[in-house]
Design a binder for this molecule. Structure first.
Ligand code: GCW
Length: 727
């Protein structure tokens, strides 16, 4: 007896249909985090729902362009979801509560409102959201000069509903303060992701251009919702194959999707491409055949992707080829590419992350030494991309001294959203406070108030082209980022790139309300965890200005004992522990890195009395018995900080447990499990580091200090077996 004999085809079809429906229903109910912050579930507070219900009865978008259509579908889905009933597109303003969205160029109704002067003041991507009375009907307007501004306004309006704001009366005007708000993917063509902890690359190069995953569209929606308008698809440790026609066609298929959401596509350029894929003998940027090759290559790119954004380059750094290979400067290299891109309005982002083991000077000084002499030498379509700090995306660094030091050069900051040095996708670390700390730092380059934000948004030096880059933490994981809270870092980056003056509290509150809950007591508890999470991590990893003492290679766990291999990749290079004390002397008596800061800042950092204690060991070699401001010795303070870090994580765990009834079980359990791992691994950090530093300080642990469970050896040989992306 065979299976088909027993069950008729009709029954089988019916069974399969039911099974499919069940699977689909399960998927809809599954709270795996895929929807990110774009969740449009029906509002569960009846009085708010009622008031929104009265204020919103339909919507109009006149015009039929790809970007306006994106706004229309978002409005349709968002409003209907949140209000729990279909909110339809209408054609006239004949009743109260119509949302009228559009531009004067494409909408007659908007054009009749004579908003041109207001909209002009908001620039190309800015928007106005306001309410007005039109022919005795109360309506809501979402208007902009451009389609993209309408899309941004639409997302902003939906955010107001998602976060339960009062919409009875408003007048919101918003425009981005930074022009290029870009994600840098460190994604390789084989779908591995450098420093990626959330699965594979989302770009499935094998199936492109034919198969377009829904994930690409949702990626674009998520980015547009926070104002991100650019993406670099490929790793800065670049593969020249990405520039071959075979890949460009694939890139074009992604660009076609992203264009509907105002996102431009960029690629990384391997400097030696003319040799590798062009069969030239050299990649010397001043060689006419090389200049020609790049010009033709760029023309080819634009013939395939007409609105291509430009190229990002890592050159002469960590083994990458570059102009210095041919005794040329970074400016020579950048300008050669810039000239090829200029006719197409493309740009070059040239990274200042350069340092060389063979240069005897302090690594923290090298980028400044290399780039300051080139100030004023870069073309108008070049942005020099500078990491937030002078070493490398550490849990805490002072701001990079290049900010403010190149007034004749266009500079953009690069932040790392992926948590290479901050616990991968296991540790809950909200990074907005880290980004904010850098943006608010006063460089004093033009006197008091010369903050990094004012330099990079162009207000201080009139920089024409502005940008902000974030190294992406996105992957193929169900929830995109591995840790549910890592989504908040993507979100925060976008919001700060739009407005670098926003604060972490506002950003986190929005995100929590959109992602988890609008219950204000729960919001408060989650906020408490998020806002102290970065400092907690600094404490249990690298307190008091320690840096780069992570385990060699994977950077996840502690490795203060790492002392072999390339010198500037060892930990001992950075912490300099000895019998006298701890820390890297970068004062005038040491490497003199302080000299790279403007005088007011230099003095603060140089003088141990005025140096902020959270950067002590970055700038000074401090004796173990040094009396800290608390009255404790350095050794005691160090123990105290490491311990504070653990205490914070324990608090996060109990605070999270208190949220069980507020959060859906799937995400609740996921975060709960991750917090337990975070505590386990934070203890490995504390105990490994303190036992190691104790071999120099020769001091006992202070009274009341929880003793490490194991001997130093155990930590030095510890192997991680359950950490995504870490081998
Ligand atoms: O922090 C280091 C990382 C490298 C990275 C490099 C860079 C892409 O360990 O993986 O390479 O920075 O920013 O270029």
């Amino acid at each position: 007896m065979t299976f088909p004999e027993k069950i008729s085809a009709g029954k089988l079809a019916c069974f399969l249909f039911l099974l499919l429906a069940l699977i689909q229903k399960e998927n809809l109910l599954a709270e795996n985090g895929y929807r990110l912050w774009l969740r449009y579930d029906k509002i569960d507070n009846s009085s708010i729902l009622n008031s929104y219900d009265k204020s919103i009865t339909g919507w109009i978008i006149e015009g039929n362009t790809p970007v306006l259509n994106s706004a229309a579908s978002e409005l349709q889905e968002g409003l209907s979801g949140l209000l729990g009933k279909t909110i339809s597109r209408v054609t006239t303003l004949k009743r109260n509560g119509i949302i009228l969205a559009g531009t004067p160029g494409t909408s007659r109704l908007i054009s009749n409102l004579k908003l041109d002067a207001t909209l002009a003041g908001l620039g190309n991507e800015g928007f106005l959201i306001t309410d007005t009375v039109f022919e005795k009907k109360k309506i809501i307007i979402i208007a902009s000069k451009s389609d993209l501004g309408v899309l941004y306004g639409t997302f902003h309006f939906l955010r107001l509903l998602q976060t339960r704001q009062d919409i009875s009366h408003f007048d919101i005007r918003s425009s981005p303060k930074i022009m290029i708000r870009i994600l840098d993917h460190w994604d390789n063509l084989d779908r591995s992701v450098e420093r990626g902890y959330a699965g594979l690359s989302i770009w499935n190069w094998n199936s492109l251009p034919d198969s377009i995953s829904k994930r690409y569209i949702d990626y674009a929606r998520a980015n547009a919702s926070i104002g991100i308008n650019a993406t670099v698809l490929t790793n800065v440790n670049a593969n020249s194959l990405a520039l071959t026609r075979e890949y460009l066609v694939k890139v074009a298929s992604l660009a076609d999707i992203f264009r509907k959401y105002g996102i431009k596509v960029y690629l990384t350029a391997r400097f030696s491409s003319p040799v590798e894929i062009g069969k030239l003998k050299t990649a010397d940027p001043l060689d006419p055949s090389v200049i020609d090759w790049w010009k033709n290559k760029v023309d080819e790119i634009y013939s395939i992707i007409p609105d291509f954004g430009g190229l990002l380059v890592k050159a002469n750094s960590e083994g990458q080829p570059g102009p210095q290979t041919y005794n040329r400067t970074h400016a020579d290299g950048a300008n050669m590419l810039a000239d090829a891109l200029a006719p197409h309005k493309g740009i070059v982002m040239w990274r200042a992350f350069v340092y060389d083991n063979n240069v005897p000077d302090d690594r923290a000084k090298q980028a400044y030494n290399e780039f300051v002499p080139l100030d004023g030498k870069f073309r108008k379509n070049v942005l020099v991309q500078v990491k937030n700090g002078p070493v490398d995306f550490q849990p805490r660094e002072p701001f990079h001294p290049l900010f403010g030091a190149m007034p004749g050069t266009q500079v953009m900051p690069e932040f790392q959203i992926t948590q290479e040095y901050l616990g991968g996708s296991v540790h809950l670390v909200f990074l907005a406070p880290l980004f904010e700390e850098c943006l608010k730092s006063d460089t004093w380059s033009k006197g008091a108030g010369s903050t990094v934000a004012k330099i990079i948004d162009g207000t201080l030096y009139g920089q024409q082209l502005t940008g902000m880059a974030g190294v992406s933490n996105i992957g193929s994981a169900d929830n995109w980022t591995g840790h549910p809270f890592a989504q908040a870092n993507w979100y925060a980056f976008g919001r700060l790139a739009w407005d670098p003056y926003m604060n972490s509290t506002d950003i986190a509150s929005e995100w929590i309300r959109m992602t988890f809950t609008n219950n204000s007591s729960a919001v408060g508890r989650i906020l408490g965890i998020m806002l102290s999470s970065r400092e907690a991590t600094v404490n249990y990893m690298t307190p008091l200005g320690l840096h780069h003492i992570m385990y060699y290679g994977h950077h996840y766990g502690p490795g203060p004992w790492v002392n072999t291999g390339r010198k500037d990749w060892t930990s001992v290079y950075y912490h300099r522990a000895d019998s006298i004390g701890l820390g890297f002397d970068r004062s005038t008596t040491g490497s003199n890195a302080v000299s790279q800061y403007f005088p007011a800042v230099r003095e603060i950092f140089n003088n141990i009395e005025s140096c902020p204690e959270n950067l002590f060991l970055w700038f000074h070699h401090v004796p173990w018995d040094y009396k800290m401001r608390s009255g404790r010795t350095l050794w005691e303070e160090l123990c105290r900080k490491y311990d504070d870090g653990i205490r914070s994580v324990r608090r996060f765990r109990s605070d999270w447990d208190s949220l069980r009834d507020e959060i859906d079980p799937e995400r609740f359990e996921k975060v709960k499990t991750l917090l337990a791992m975070q505590e386990r691994d934070a203890r490995i950090w504390r105990d490994g580091c303190l036992l190691y530093f104790q071999t120099f300080s020769k001091k006992p642990f202070p009274a009341g200090f929880e003793k490490p469970e194991h001997k130093l050896d155990y930590y030095m040989n510890y192997k991680y077996t359950d950490i995504p992306g870490i081998k």
